[in-house]
Design a protein around this ligand. Structure first.
Ligand code: ZN
Length: 454
């Protein structure tokens, strides 16, 4: 049995000192005890790890390539998407594996023990299937076996180029499945993930209301009962207008009226919601999958966070486009967006929890549900998804209890993270992933190849 000892730790019952966590060979927490003399692997501050609930790994490789003025009067999400489509047309399975490995390594180093991958790049250039329809899913799983991250793989069902059922556009040929193909793809993805540890698994992801039919949505969401269901919901105003024109209702209204949304669901972005929609959706227990850095990067808008929180809504964080992978930055970007909007401070703080604590707790809960993973606390029985943070530095020194999280989230950076365990796999030590050098050099070779092609 492995043992991890921490000067301080955030336990379900609160802050504790001199904590010993025993981990089973399978990677689950066996026992947690406070007030114990140091032994085993020593850390300063031990936190439960938050699952990264939304990622499109391949987009990491185009970070920084879409910041120039385009030929349109206004650069928007939709001009960014054009560049993304042009870029992804060049990617081979080897490229996808190299990029995914880098992304997962960066996630681990940022404190995320789990990658929930919303995976839609399935086919060859032009749309022909690979000999194994789940080839690309295999590559995402292969990356996870290299990096040791916990993987929840969400194969995406993508049928149409718009809500009117139009054919996929030129940039979308590599995504398409009909319901039968999707069922086969899901089985292939499941087989790939089964080769990883028992902590990894699958879920399903109908891409968005604009890309799947009503029948497709119903079918896909029932394929794996009890497993996570993820959908992009109402990210952009033109998307709201498209659903309104096609279905006569705004996307959130339509979804609530037509699908059995419950605690298994994660709605990605959920940016464009009225107060009424926000309250109704919050009350289902579904998780809002917020991606504050990407939403800032793409100019999506600001999540209706205060109304959502007041209605008891749950949320978590994803790095989505992966333009920047940083857990602390993701958390503070959410709070800062609300401060700028409301001209206030400590917007999400509650009477007995500080802002940093509220932001962190939300991510633990929402991330665990969105990943369909037994994680989110330092508690016996759960996977040992743990983060060791340095206390002897200019940011954290002298801080106590919730101000530890406030300092980490608002004044800290990822460099404070020294150790990360995913289901007991100790992949990050002294701030560095064990296989960092090889993963980075593979990635550099991949980018050089891609640049030659583009
Ligand atoms: Zn997304």
């Amino acid at each position: 049995m492995a043992e991890i000892w921490a000067e301080r730790a955030l336990l379900p019952e609160g802050w504790a000192e001199n904590v010993l966590v025993a981990v089973t060979p399978e990677g689950r927490i066996d026992s947690v005890e406070a007030g114990v003399a140091p032994r085993g692997t020593r850390t300063e501050l031990l936190l439960p790890s938050i699952a990264n609930l939304h990622s499109h790994a391949f987009q990491r490789a185009m970070a920084g390539l879409s910041e120039a003025k385009g030929d349109q009067p206004k650069d928007t999400f939709w001009t960014w998407r054009k560049i993304m489509y042009r870029f992804l047309d060049h990617l081979t399975p080897d490229d996808v594996e190299s990029i995914a490995a880098l992304v997962q390594m960066e996630m681990l180093e940022a404190g995320y023990a789990t990658n929930v991958e919303f995976h839609y790049l399935h086919h060859r250039q032009g749309g022909a299937h690979y000999a194994n329809i789940a080839e690309m899913s295999e590559r995402i799983a292969a990356a996870a076996s290299r990096t040791g991250i916990g993987l929840t793989l969400l194969p995406v069902h993508y049928q149409f180029g718009g809500i009117d059922g139009r054919a996929l556009g030129p940039g979308q040929q590599r995504f398409g499945t009909n319901p039968d193909e999707f069922a086969r793809l899901l089985e292939g993805a499941e087989a790939a993930v089964a080769k990883l540890g028992p902590d990894s698994g699958v879920g399903v992801a109908p891409h968005s209301l604009r890309a799947v039919s009503k029948e497709g949505l119903a079918l896909v969401t029932n394929l794996r009962p009890g497993r996570p269901v993820h959908l992009h919901l109402a990210e952009q105003i033109p998307e709201v207008e498209e659903i309104l024109a096609g279905y006569g209702l705004r996307p959130t209204e339509w979804l609530l009226d037509n699908a059995a949304v419950d605690r298994n669901w994660t709605l990605i972005h959920a940016t464009q919601m009225t107060d009424d929609e926000t309250i109704r959706l919050a009350k289902t227990g579904a998780v809002a999958g917020l991606c504050p850095i990407t939403e800032s990067s793409l100019g999506d808008g600001i999540f209706n966070g205060t109304v959502w929180q007041e209605a008891g809504g749950r949320w978590g964080y994803g790095s989505d486009s992966n333009i920047r992978i940083s857990l602390v930055e993701e958390l503070r970007t959410l709070e800062y967006s609300l401060r700028l909007r409301d001209r206030g401070r400590a917007v999400l703080a509650t009477r007995n929890r500080t802002t940093g604590r509220v932001l962190y707790d939300a991510g633990l809960d929402g991330g665990a549900t969105a990943a369909g993973r037994e994680t989110g606390a330092i508690r016996a029985g759960l996977w040992a998804d743990l983060v060791g943070v340095s206390l002897q530095n200019e940011v954290m020194v002298g801080r106590k209890d919730d101000t530890l999280l406030d300092s980490f989230v608002f004044a800290g950076n990822d460099g404070l993270i020294k150790d990360v365990w995913s289901a007991g796999r100790h992949q990050v030590r002294n701030g560095k992933h064990l296989d960092r050098d090889r993963i980075v050099s593979d990635y550099l070779a991949c980018i050089t190849r891609l640049q030659d092609k583009m």
